[in-house]
Write a protein that binds this ligand. Structure first.
Ligand SMILES: Nc1nc2c(ncn2[C@@H]2O[C@H](COP(=O)(O)OP(=O)(O)OP(=O)(O)O)[C@@H](O)[C@H]2O)c(=O)[nH]1
Ligand SMILES: C[S@@+](CC[C@H](N)C(=O)[O-])C[C@H]1O[C@@H](n2cnc3c(N)ncnc32)[C@H](O)[C@@H]1O
Ligand code: SF4
Ligand code: SF4
Length: 330
């Protein structure tokens, strides 16, 4: 039986976090001194696999592996291979969102396992700015990773968080660079998830403002392109490419929500922005895992909220949620 929530939204998309750890420390995502989940609480590869199969049995057709940085988990490629075998047999798409650092090592394996497109997060084309933003000097490695992914035949979409006074002036360059290589670019508004050193008010750049800036340079027309994600796409006449806008703050998209998230410890969060939680690890470790898992998914459908309540207005305000995006699965 398919998964339908109390607002009649069909859930067909799982974002599965395989680790909350990361080899970068992006300033909008986590603090430099982040506390990570104890390893013994993280699901094993077999548990992650069984869990994913439980979702597929309930009508989930798309799975995105994420984190933290999914490619820092050592056995991650084994999970990709195992899930890749479900493609065409219940699963329509297997993909991942990555910071790109380890793509040089894994791109070919990902493609061989059946991954067709990936999203790579890259907020700047400037090496020093990257080092300041990600607090690690990884810019060249990410660019090499993107090149390796494309050489392996993977379609790459670039995700960039729009940040006030940081990459704000660079967005047209990012767009020209991505479109020049046939890659879509999606811009994201920063969300108040978890404590970071900076104040969210200083980071937040409304995409309505970016749009005005872009409209002065490009003729953007609405595109019919849909990925099943929250981005709304536009075609840029001048570059022939596509730009997406993910606007949790200035344009809510929760009406069309089709997803849930599971953390590396098996906690299902029906909403990225909500406190609701269902413990799938307990179900997986019960005497009748498949039945308990299915019952847990029904409980999740009953408590999935209508929408998030994000706001970034007051300086010094607490985050909407203490949970970082890297723990929930961004
Ligand atoms: N508020 C909110 N933001 C989301 C949600 N899904 C994705 N995002 C944001 O969009 C960013 C980019 O998501 P991606 O990993 O590229 O996934 P996507 O946009 O669904 O992917 P596509 O399938 O390529 O469209 C995430 O890191 C989040 O910041 C969601 O359900 N709610
Ligand atoms: C949490 S990361 C996980 C996957 C991988 N490490 C990466 O960076 O692509 C997924 C996405 O979330 C975005 N992100 C992280 N924290 C965010 C926040 N507070 N608001 C908006 N987007 C955020 C990142 O830019 C990235 O595109
Ligand atoms: S956004 Fe991704 S790469 Fe950056 S710190 Fe968060 S999890 Fe790591
Ligand atoms: S914020 Fe929650 S309800 Fe809105 S799209 Fe994201 S997961 Fe769905």
């Amino acid at each position: 039986m398919s998964l339908v929530d109390q607002f009649q939204r069909r859930i067909t998309y799982l974002r599965l976090s395989v680790t909350d750890r990361c080899d970068l420390r992006c300033t909008y995502c986590m603090p430099e001194r982040q506390t990570f989940l104890p390893r013994d609480q993280v699901l094993s590869l077999e548990e992650l696999h069984r869990l994913a199969l439980g979702f597929i049995a309930r009508g989930v057709t798309r799975i995105r592996l994420t984190g933290g940085e999914p490619l820092v988990r050592r056995d991650m490629i084994e999970l990709v291979r195992a899930l890749g075998r479900k493609l065409g047999d219940g699963l329509d798409e297997l993909t991942l969102t990555t910071n790109g650092m380890a793509l040089g090592r894994f791109a070919e394996d990902l493609a061989a396992a059946g991954v067709r497109r990936i999203n790579v997060s890259l907020d700047t084309l400037d090496r020093d700015r990257f080092a300041a933003l990600a607090r690690r000097d990884g810019h060249g490695q990410v660019l090499d990773g993107i090149a390796a992914a494309r050489a392996a035949g993977l379609a790459v979409k670039i995700n960039a968080v729009a940040l006030k006074g940081i990459n704000e002036g660079e967005i047209p360059n990012l767009l020209e660079w991505a479109h020049g290589q046939d890659m879509d670019l999606t811009l994201i508004e920063v969300m108040p998830l978890g404590e970071v050193e900076a104040d969210r008010v200083d980071q937040y750049l409304p995409l309505t403002q970016v749009r005005e800036q872009l409209d002065r340079r490009y003729a953007l027309t609405p595109s019919a392109h849909r990925t099943g994600g929250p981005a709304r796409y536009f075609d840029a006449a001048e570059t022939g490419g596509r730009i997406g806008f993910i606007t949790p703050l200035t344009g809510n998209f929760c009406d069309g929500c089709n997803r849930v998230r599971v953390t590396a410890t098996g906690q299902l969060h029906p909403c990225l922005g909500g406190h609701e939680m269902v413990d799938l690890r307990a179900a997986l470790r019960s005497a009748d895992p498949d039945a308990q898992l299915s019952a847990a998914l029904d409980r999740a459908m009953a408590i999935k909220p209508e929408r998030h309540g994000f706001a970034i207005r007051e300086r010094g305000a607490a985050p909407a949620l203490a949970r970082h995006m890297s723990a929930t699965g961004g």
